[in-house]
Design a protein around this ligand. Structure first.
Ligand code: FES
Length: 184
């Protein structure tokens, strides 16, 4: 299930099956109220089967394909400020990949100010350092999610999770980062 469009189709089928299962259970409830117990049992059984198939698809999306699961927070950065680059290396509008501990970070200078976000996109782990900077946001090169530089908020999907950010300190020509509130 490597293709993103295929995953979206599977997600659509998953949602449709849930709706069908709900309809079957409601039908079963109505028949039970009317005293048609055999028919109600059949509809409930059908609802159970459809919801089971739907659960299988939903489970595969979440547990095997990690859909709707953030892809960032599987490693944690060191506490406190860590030097990650020299100020001169962070050029206006050009994302720069650095690391703090084992965590990749993307630095972006925008309007003279430096911002730092987790480098792996929360959607499927795309490399934000290869993305583009536009209107105070960085856009992932894989599927186009856009995250606000100042707080990592999702401005454009498909990502459902904001991008964890870092606090920045520029002193003596060095850029230092420390984990922001997302990492708490
Ligand atoms: S990996 Fe899909 S939008 Fe970034």
């Amino acid at each position: 299930m490597g293709d993103f469009r295929l995953k979206r189709r599977v997600g659509f089928v998953h949602g449709t099956l849930n709706t069908v299962a709900l309809g079957l259970y409601v039908g079963s409830w109505v028949m039970r109220r009317q005293g048609r117990r055999d028919g109600a049992r059949l509809l409930a059984l059908a609802g159970f089967s459809v919801s089971g198939a739907s659960a299988h698809l939903g489970g595969a999306l979440v547990h095997k394909e990690a859909q709707a699961v953030t892809h960032v927070v599987d490693v944690f950065p060191p506490d406190g400020f860590t030097r990650v680059a020299s100020s001169a290396d962070v050029v206006e509008g050009r994302p720069l990949r650095v690391t703090t501990g084992d965590v990749p970070v993307v630095l972006v200078r925008d309007g003279g100010r430096v911002y730092a976000l987790a480098e792996r996109c929360t959607h499927l782990g795309g490399p934000l350092s290869e993305g583009s900077v536009e209107d105070g946001a960085i856009r992932c090169p894989w599927h186009g999610s856009a995250f606000r530089l100042k707080d990592g908020q999702v401005l454009d999907g498909p990502s459902a999770h904001s991008q964890p950010c870092f606090e920045i300190r520029e002193t003596d020509g060095a850029v230092e980062v420390r984990p922001g509130r997302h990492w708490a």
